[in-house]
Design a protein around this ligand. Structure first.
Ligand code: FER
Length: 300
């Protein structure tokens, strides 16, 4: 049985907070059912059929077989999904946990990762930019590739983490079996170029030094300067693998129509609308997890 782990890796001196969760085996320590453990056979005292020489040999052979099976189980590879939160988010948010559990239930290991300036990772929120997040996710992908139990890699992210998923999909197109941008904030670069961020207009020739990002957080100007350079359309055209986009049609932070546009441009995308739902799926989180479950099942 593989154990969940919480740990840190370094991205050029910035610590990244990660949690790795595994599928639960369908048995527990106290249950003999379907575990491949002792099958109720006993040669101990009080046993009616005392062990003959032959049965001892059989027992040894059986023990050897069990050992081999356990070895094979340990060596068995698993698909792994990297999962990233959004802007001001973290890995413990309800929707992130729900997607993680769903993927675990479908037999995927899940590596939740917190990006620069978020959760327990290093860096301050005010200094975060999409380029720092890109550097972070490339490091997380390299780490995931180094794990010997990993078969196929998947990348999933919510909102700004969904945009990151689309960008990383293009960069790691040969390494990601599928990507799952959830309510991706794919419009950030476009609106930043048009002079708007977080619903607040700004003068393109005088980018404000600081912006109020809510939750008592302040965003600094480099966030905007970096966002303006990001080419989402290029990223979309460079990823030909399967894409699952899930998006609430009542999302007020990232309007649904941006996902319609993105899905239409991808070579191989499925868009699942969540009727009337919000940015973080306050109404129908179950529909989100069912869409993710169905997609992952088909991929396996
Ligand atoms: C914005 C709209 C949405 C924006 C960020 C988001 C920085 C991201 C939301 C999220 O990740 O949940 O204008 O600007």
């Amino acid at each position: 049985m593989r154990e969940s782990r919480e740990f840190y890796i370094s991205d050029d001196g910035i610590r990244l907070h990660l949690k790795l969760d595994f599928p639960q085996e369908n048995c527990d320590e106290n249950s003999d059912e379907s575990c491949g453990k002792s099958g109720g056979e006993s040669f101990g005292e009080g046993c009616l059929a005392l062990p003959s020489e032959t049965s001892r040999t059989e027992k040894a052979a059986k023990a050897e077989e069990i050992k081999k099976t356990e070895g094979a189980e340990k060596a068995e590879k698993l698909p792994l999904m990297i999962l990233v939160h959004g802007f001001t988010g973290d890995m413990e948010e309800t929707h992130i946990r729900a997607v993680q559990r769903t993927a675990n239930e479908e037999g995927f290991a899940v590596l939740r990762a917190e990006m620069y300036g978020h959760g327990q990772s290093g860096g301050s929120f005010g200094d975060h930019t999409l380029m720092k997040w890109i550097s972070n996710i490339l490091t997380v992908i390299d780490y995931a590739r180094s794990l010997d139990f990993v078969s196929d890699l998947y990348l999933c992210g919510h909102s700004q983490g969904g945009l990151l998923t689309m960008l990383a999909g293009a960069m790691e197109r040969d390494r990601l079996k599928a990507i799952l941008p959830l309510s991706p904030a794919s419009m950030i670069p476009e609106i930043a170029r048009q002079g708007e961020i977080l619903g607040v207009p700004f003068d393109l020739d005088h980018i404000p030094a600081e912006l109020d990002a809510g939750k008592s957080l302040t965003l600094r100007e480099n966030y905007i300067r970096v966002a303006q350079l990001i080419d989402v359309d290029l990223a979309i055209t460079r990823y030909n693998g399967p894409v699952l986009i899930v998006h609430g049609t009542g999302d007020e932070s990232v309007p649904y129509h941006y996902s319609e546009k993105a899905a239409a441009k991808y070579a191989n995308a499925r868009l699942v609308p969540i009727p009337g739902d919000t940015h973080c799926y306050d109404l129908h989180l179950d529909q989100v997890t069912e869409a993710v479950r169905a997609f992952l099942r088909e991929m396996k």
